[in-house]
Design a protein around this ligand. Structure first.
Ligand SMILES: C[S@@+](CC[C@H](N)C(=O)[O-])C[C@H]1O[C@@H](n2cnc3c(N)ncnc32)[C@H](O)[C@@H]1O
Length: 275
């Protein structure tokens, strides 16, 4: 076997592997031509280079659970969640986690695994869009059955047992009645697709997010859910924060909250019920 000047016998193997990778990459990169529905991209250095992302195999498995077609091609979104939850944990940003729009639980499971000691609020009907929300969407054919192929028991089984997981089952914001009024958040993931719950989610969560906490809005830039874009743009008009877009599949956008979370005496739904 050929040896390099220092006598390292694995040198040739590494050299050949490098050549092979280059060859494969050149071939795969042809897929990056415009017009194709997906493209080839490097995995981040923190996974392949520094090896810092040791949780990658387990998290990726959960990320694609029951959503293989969409989520295998949207690893950028997973990497984004990973990096940013790491920061929240490192900086000890106070507050719970919340997700509005859980569906089969893929993003929820990843968030919970990355911050297992946070209380986590999971808002969904667990039966698809609520009729009242779907009927208001005039710009797109939204059906009640959309996202109906899930269930609370299935999501519970997938996420595992933890007293920190709180399921708020039903139409948001009606389900806020079960959340303590003094709850603050470090991370809120709004992924509900429709204008009405998005608007209600922004109004409820934004003032309750800690300084340095994250408000993540899925589908903001996709162009497929105009109600989401409209609700977010309207809501942020008089806020100091600006959106940063994440280059994942569905146009996620995010703000880092400025200013401390406010204390509240009641939740919006509790107010509505009292009237
Ligand atoms: C795109 S899916 C969420 C996907 C999930 N975050 C993920 O990445 O795996 C959207 C979800 O929002 C939920 N949803 C929409 N409007 C809602 C409302 N008003 N109250 C509760 N859940 C709602 C639907 O039931 C559906 O499960």
């Amino acid at each position: 076997m050929e040896m390099n000047p220092s006598g390292d016998s694995s040198w040739l193997a590494r050299k050949l592997a490098k050549k092979f990778n280059k060859f494969v990459l050149r071939r795969l990169a042809r897929w990056n031509r415009p017009g194709r529905p997906f493209y080839v991209q490097y995995r981040p250095d923190f996974e392949t280079g520094s090896g810092r992302f040791t949780e990658a195999p387990a998290l990726i498995k959960d990320w694609v659970h029951g959503m293989e077609e969409n989520n295998w091609g949207d690893l950028a979104r997973l990497y984004f969640l990973y990096e940013n939850v790491q920061r929240l944990e490192r900086e000890q940003i106070p507050g719970d986690f919340a997700e509005l729009g859980v569906y089969k639980g893929c993003s929820a499971k990843v968030l919970h695994q990355l911050a297992p000691s946070r209380r986590f609020w999971l808002f969904d009907t667990f039966a698809g869009f609520a009729d009242a929300d779907a009927e208001r969407e005039s710009l797109r054919q939204v059906k009640r059955q959309d996202f109906g192929d899930t269930s609370l028991p299935a999501v519970r089984a997938f996420l595992g047992d933890s007293a920190l997981l709180n399921y708020a089952v039903g139409r948001f914001p009606e389900t806020l009645a079960g959340v303590p009024v003094d709850t603050n958040y470090a991370l809120v993931h709004l992924d509900c697709d429709l204008e009405e719950p998005m608007r209600a989610g922004l109004e409820y969560f934004y003032p309750r997010i800690s300084a340095g906490g994250l408000l993540i809005v899925h589908d903001y830039g996709s162009g497929l859910w105009p109600g989401v874009t409209f609700a977010v743009d309207q809501f942020l008009r008089d806020k100091p924060e600006r959106l940063v877009s994440i280059l994942d599949k569905s146009g996620t956008a995010v703000i880092v909250k400025q200013g401390a979370a406010q204390n509240h005496q009641s939740n919006p739904q509790a107010i509505a019920q009292a009237q």
